[in-house]
Design a protein around this ligand. Structure first.
Ligand code: CA
Length: 226
């Protein structure tokens, strides 16, 4: 497994590289956004650890450009600030997960294991999933409604797939966390909420008749409109 660290703080980058190397990962480091984007695009990495504040090109822009090119490599974003706007921005740009500095080593390793388990970097071979006027395509991560389409991040895709496969049946938050983030993940309820809000925005953008309905304290289901 090969991991790219994009981090300009040399000491932190070194500590992370050493830690991951000891766990058996092959690690490369980029110290600025421009070379980070070049390396992330190479297609040889199973995961990218991405700092938000970087010289040259900030982490958010780097991620947007990476995703705009159709790259679905799992990205774990590291943010110095814990305010919601930064986290939302990171996830909105296509991050699969974020950690706020300083973070616990064990939490970082658990996130990495979870993301690596999910992502093989390869387009999926399964058939498209449909529900109401929506069609979700595994190979391209595209969610389509009529002539409109949006690209989903890997997490958004996993969440949407689970909801679409269950249709009007309620999926609990616990089920979503377990299936989308994995057993030993540090995902929390509000992480799910953030992603659900992204998906709602995308459904609006698609002008879909399908809505994500919240059942307080229970979970979510899809409501297929007329
Ligand atoms: Ca930094």
């Amino acid at each position: 497994m090969r991991i790219l660290i994009v981090e300009d703080e040399k000491r932190l980058a070194g500590t992370l590289a050493e830690l991951l190397h000891r766990r058996g990962y092959t690690v490369d480091v980029s110290y600025d956004g421009v070379s980070g984007l070049d390396n992330a695009r190479s297609g040889i990495y199973d995961l990218v650890l991405l700092d938000a504040m970087l010289p040259g090109l900030d982490g958010f822009t780097l991620l947007q450009q990476l995703r705009a090119g159709g790259d679905t490599v799992p990205v774990l974003m590291l943010t110095a600030r814990s305010d919601l706007s930064d986290r939302v921005r990171g996830l909105d740009c296509g991050a699969d997960y974020y950690l706020t500095k300083p973070f616990e080593t064990e939490e970082l390793l658990a996130c990495i294991r979870s993301l690596l388990r999910r992502g093989d970097g390869q387009p999926r071979q399964e058939d498209a999933v449909t529900c109401g006027d929506l069609r979700l395509e595994p190979g391209t991560f595209l969610l389509r409604c009529g002539q409109r389409e949006v690209r989903l991040s890997r997490r958004e895709y996993d969440l949407m797939e689970l909801l679409m496969k269950n249709g009007s049946q309620i999926v609990s938050k616990e089920q979503l966390i377990l299936k989308v983030w994995g057993y030993d993940s540090a995902a929390e309820d509000n992480n799910v909420e953030v992603y659900i809000s992204f998906l709602r925005r995308k459904l609006e953008h698609l002008h879909s008749a399908v809505k994500i309905r919240t059942h307080r304290l229970v979970g979510y289901c899809l409501e297929v409109g007329a």
